[in-house]
Ligand binder design. Structure first.
Ligand code: GLC
Length: 728
């Protein structure tokens, strides 16, 4: 079917059929679904009629070749014009083979492996009947109280943009029409959902347009520039208007300014939530505001289904708005070749052969090892030796809660636990296990048993963390420490005086007081996915040397939040040469700096940086400065290092961050080996949104930094000699 035939199809549709195309419903509404008829809770209150279901555009959250084929076939038997359904689901970090949560992947700084993870996720999902995934989630995050930070790749706009591109390219591959092992991507949540005030989910977002454009919008734009087919609106307000009813966001920015002509879908129930937000008196007004603002598909509420026809009849909205939306949906179906091949890649046979394939698990294991951050390693405690007797202690020692939130159809029982991986790796009598505590409770007998285990071991490996139900949507926390029970466990076990290696499983940066001081070595494993245990053993025993770098700051304590590296300097920066003794921007009871900064991560070897040089200290709009720095492996084992380049603008029309990541490079060095790393600096990298929101650079003084993280850097200065750049 071509665009003209899609237009022809639109002309044949009744207004009721058109309006129903703007509705997305969950599986229980559909004939042929395994959940058919199980319409409970809020779903049961939806005034959905048979004709709405029969003509709806898409199915939410159903996958599995058999069920998808069954629903699609039954649907096409009854749909008057033979318009197939789209099947959309949350395949965020894996379908059945689960990869580390995206915040972990963000710490890998490995764009190739990130792309490979979504290629694999797409392949497993497509043969299972999924057409569209509600991913990537690219919301920039600065507040670890928010449960959904695990879904983002972190606090930096540049790094998030690179990951957004990689994820979309992996999901959609080269050709959505011909490659039935691809899925269409839906970037979310537009926009700035990660800026929810106080880290409380669904809370108000109130940003200047400049901050929105500087920090929060780049990653969505990167996803769309990579060809992302859909956008999902966020629950939150942006500048006082809920995203789902925000014309400036959808029609003016997305459609007009960015030229996005794909499908816009609301988040779950977000159209009807315009009432709770206080910008619609009832569902009729909610429907009107959402369609006028540019929303195409309403997910799981029925404001459109109930009132759009009436609004057209009353002349309150033009039928053209509905036609445009329907055309975008039909065009996506046509792009996915659903009119010719309504079941697309769904195949029971292919599903058996592809889903959960060993090669996919291997890729997940590799990425998990590259996403785990070594935060501390005193006395070279790590890597361990197989000859050492290990006491594995803690609630995550024998836990399969390693997949994290939004784990597709991943099965926890298929996850490789720490104890399983250690048993496979160690001589039998070299491993003792004691749970020590549950996630939130501890008993004296558990403590006693843990101490007993520690006393018999050469090394203690503590496996601690948050349960996945403490992370993810609607799971915000004001206390971001480990639960008290686990803090008691680590403090008690540490008194045994044995070396302590702590492995953390969690979905957000934590306040690590009570953990760091009792650990000789500390690994941040996040939720590492299906192969988590094996990946950790690869790291613990040195088969892989850690190379990950934090993509989100770990605060010293929650009182600092939001704390992030690319902050402004203020007029009274602490530690400035001319700073006053007392009247500076700081706290009475905490340092300003985070405990572990953006870009931080250790290796089993060590690296020395020197010979930082610039090819010139003057830049013009059409010249390039080459920055070079020598990195040497000064340790006793090979290792990978992610060399980072940051820039600071000293002469902005508006205040500029003290550092901004502009480039990075991964290198691998043998002991004693050194390499000169070279970066190019161009005027376009110095552009930002000015007072009038023009995107240009300012002539003047800049500082450039290079190093292993955002704090420990070498720096030099250069000058941009002319006003360059272009207003975007
Ligand atoms: C949820 C999430 C969104 C997800 C959608 C469909 O509420 O906010 O990320 O894609 O509903 O499951």
């Amino acid at each position: 079917m071509t665009t003209s035939t899609v237009n022809h199809l639109l002309k044949q549709m009744t207004i009721k059929e058109k309006i129903a195309q703007l509705l997305q419903l969950a599986g229980p509404f559909f004939k042929g679904s395994d959940q058919q008829g199980q319409i409970t809770g809020p779903m049961a209150e939806m005034p959905i009629e048979e004709e709405h279901i029969l003509n709806s555009s898409s199915v939410l959250g159903v996958s599995g070749a058999k069920e998808v084929i069954s629903i699609q076939q039954k649907h096409l038997e009854e749909n008057r014009l033979g318009i197939p359904l789209l099947f959309m689901a949350d395949i965020v970090h894996g379908y059945k083979t689960i990869f580390p949560v995206p915040l972990a992947i963000g710490c890998s700084w490995d764009l190739e492996l990130a792309k490979k993870s979504t290629e694999i996720a797409a392949k497993e999902a497509a043969v299972s009947g999924v057409h569209v995934t509600f991913a990537p989630m690219v919301d920039l995050v600065r507040d670890p109280r928010w449960g959904r930070v695990m879904e983002s790749t972190g606090e930096d706009p540049h790094l998030n943009s690179l990951f957004a591109k990689a994820f979309v390219e992996g999901f959609q591959k080269e050709n959505l029409t011909s490659d039935t092992e691809s899925v269409a991507a839906c970037v979310k949540h537009f926009a700035a959902y990660g800026a929810a005030q106080a880290g409380r989910d669904y809370n108000t977002v109130d940003l200047s347009e400049r901050q929105l454009r500087e920090s929060y919008l780049p990653a969505y734009k990167a996803a769309l520039d990579a060809g992302c087919e859909m956008v999902m609106t966020a629950f939150n307000t942006v500048d006082g208007i809920p995203a789902t009813g925000n014309k400036e966001l959808m029609r003016d920015l997305l459609r007009e300014e960015w030229g996005f002509d794909g499908v816009l879908i609301s988040d779950w129930g977000a159209v009807k939530e315009l009432i709770a937000h206080g910008v619609a008196e009832d569902e009729k007004e909610a429907a009107k505001k959402a369609i006028l603002a540019g929303l195409d598909i309403e997910m799981m509420t029925a404001c459109y289904a109930q009132y759009l026809e009436e609004l057209v009849e009353q002349g309150e909205i033009d039928i053209k708005l509905i036609d445009e939306a329907v055309l975008r949906i039909l065009t996506l179906k046509e792009k996915l070749d659903l009119f010719n091949n309504p079941c697309r890649g769904a195949s029971i046979e292919a599903e058996k052969a592809i889903v959960g394939h060993a090669d996919h698990r291997k890729a997940s294991r590799d990425l998990a090892a590259k996403s785990t951050v070594l935060l501390k390693n005193n006395h070279q405690t790590l890597p361990l030796s197989r000859n050492q007797k290990i006491a594995l202690i803690g609630p995550f020692g024998d836990s399969n809660d390693l997949l994290g939130p939004w784990a597709g159809v991943g099965v926890k029982d298929e996850a490789v636990t720490m104890i399983k991986a250690l048993k496979d790796h160690l001589p039998e009598n070299n491993l003792i296990f004691s749970e020590g505590s549950s996630i939130e409770k501890i008993t004296q007998s558990q403590l006693d048993e843990a101490l007993q285990a520690a006393s018999q071991a050469d090394v203690v490996v503590l496996a601690l963390g948050e349960s996945s139900s403490m992370s993810g949507e609607a799971n915000s926390r004001t206390n971001i420490q480990l639960p008290q029970a686990q803090l008691e466990l680590i403090k008690t076990v540490a008194k045994e005086g044995k070396p302590v290696v702590t492995v953390l499983f969690n979905g957000r940066p934590l306040d690590l007081h009570g953990v760091v001081e009792h650990s000789d070595a500390l690994l941040e494993a996040w939720f590492p996915g299906t192969e988590g245990g094996n990946a950790l053993v690869d790291l613990l025993y040195g088969k892989v040397s850690p190379s990950a770098k934090l993509s989100m700051s770990f605060p010293y304590n929650v009182g600092q939040v939001p704390v992030y590296y690319n902050h402004f300097n203020t007029g009274r920066p602490k530690g400035a040469p001319d700073a006053q003794e007392h009247y500076v921007s700081d706290y009475m009871d905490s340092p300003n700096d985070p405990l572990f900064p953006f870009g931080f991560g250790l290796s089993y070897t060590s690296f020395a940086y020197d010979q930082f040089e610039l090819s010139t200290d003057e830049l013009t709009a059409d010249s390039v400065i080459e920055a070079s720095i020598r990195v040497k492996n000064t340790g006793s084992c090979s290792g990978e290092e992610i060399v980072q380049l940051y820039i600071r603008d000293f002469s902005g029309e508006i205040v500029r961050p003290v550092k901004e990541l502009k480039d990075f490079c991964r290198i691998s060095l043998e002991p004693g080996e050194s390499e000169i790393i070279r970066f190019s600096i161009k005027e376009e990298q110095l552009r930002y949104h000015h007072k009038d929101l023009s995107f240009t650079s300012d002539a003047g003084k800049f500082e450039v930094f290079a190093g292993p993280n955002s704090q420990d850097t070498h720096s030099l200065f250069f000058t941009l000699k002319m006003k360059g750049g272009h207003t975007s």
